[in-house]
Design a protein around this ligand. Structure first.
Ligand SMILES: NC(=O)CC[C@H](N)C(=O)O
Length: 223
C-alpha cells in the first residue's frame, strides 16, 4: 500500500512521517508540493513543520500549492488524508476541515509530551485505538490554538467530529480542549500533536502514535 507524504518548503517532519508509515508496513511515497500528480497513492499525510515559514497564517500558502488541488479533489472523492500539526493547519486553510489554528494563547512555542483522549476510534486513521483511550504523543507548536465560533463548535461537537481532546492540561488554549477533528466521513483527520514522533521505544515517549499508520493500512486493505 502506497501512502504519499507531501513536502512543502519548510516541512520538517516528512521524513519521520515516512518512517512511521514504513514501520507500520506500508510504502511511503515522497511527493513535492509543486507537482500536480498524486500518482497512485491511496492515502496522503501532510506533515508537520513551517511551510512557507508560517508567513501570512500557518498553512495558508501551502493550502494553495498545486499538489493541494489534487489532494482536495481526491479527498472530496473519499481518499484518506491525515494532517499532522502544520498539516492540520493546511487542512483547515484548504477547507477540508473546519475551524482555524491561531497563535497559542500564552504566545509561547510549546513542546512537550501530551496526553490525549481518543474520542473517535472509528475513523480511517484511528481504528487501532478504542474510544476514550488515553495516548501520549509529543506536541510542538506556536500556532496550535484551535478556534471556531460557539455555534460552529457546538455543531462540531454535536456531529461527533472532535477526534482528540487534550487531557492533563491544554498546551495552547484550544477551545474546548480540542486537539484534533475529523471530516464527516472519518477519512480526513487533523491534529496538532505528532503521532509520527511516537512510534519507537528507543526514542519514546511511547509507541502510541503507530496506531494512526496501522489504522490506515487496515482501512485501505479492507476497502
Ligand atoms: N511542528 C509543527 O508542525 C508546528 C509548526 C507550526 N507551523 C506552528 O504553529 O508552530
Amino acid at each position: 500500500m502506497r501512502i504519499g507524504v507531501i513536502t512543502f518548503p519548510g516541512s520538517l517532519d516528512d521524513v519521520d512521517a515516512a518512517r512511521a508509515i514504513r514501520l507500520a508496513g506500508a510504502d511511503p511515497v515522497a511527493l513535492w508540493h509543486a507537482d500536480h500528480d498524486l500518482r497512485d497513492v491511496e492515502a496522503v499525510v501532510l506533515p508537520g513543520g513551517f511551510s512557507y515559514g508560517d508567513y501570512l497564517r500557518a498553512g495558508a500558502i501551502a493550502a494553495r500549492a498545486p499538489m493541494m488541488r489534487d489532494v482536495i479533489d481526491r479527498a472530496r472523492a473519499g481518499m484518506p488524508v491525515l494532517g499532522i500539526c502544520n498539516g492540520f493547519q493546511v487542512l483547515c486553510e484548504a477547507g477540508l476541515l473546519p475551524g482555524a489554528l491561531t497563535r497559542n494563547s500564552h504566545l509561547h512555542f510549546r513542546n512537550r509530551d501530551q496526553v490525549l483522549a481518543v474520542e473517535r476510534a472509528d475513523t480511517a486513521w484511528t481504528s487501532a485505538y478504542s474510544t476514550g483511550q488515553r495516548i501520549v504523543i509529543p506536541v510542538k507548536n506556536g500556532e496550535g490554538r484551535y478556534v471556531g465560533s460557539p455555534d460552529d463548535l457546538d455543531r462540531l461537537e454535536g456531529e461527533g467530529r472532535v477526534a482528540f481532546r487534550y487531557v492533563d492540561g491544554n498546551p495552547n488554549g484550544s477551545s474546548r480542549d480540542i486537539a484534533g477533528v475529523t471530516s464527516e466521513d472519518g477519512r480526513v483527520v487533523g491534529l496538532m500533536p505528532h503521532p509520527e514522533h511516537a512510534v519507537e521505544d528507543l526514542t519514546g515517549p511511547s509507541t502510541d502514535g503507530l496506531g494512526f499508520f496501522t489504522s490506515i493500512l487496515k482501512a485501505v486493505v479492507d476497502a
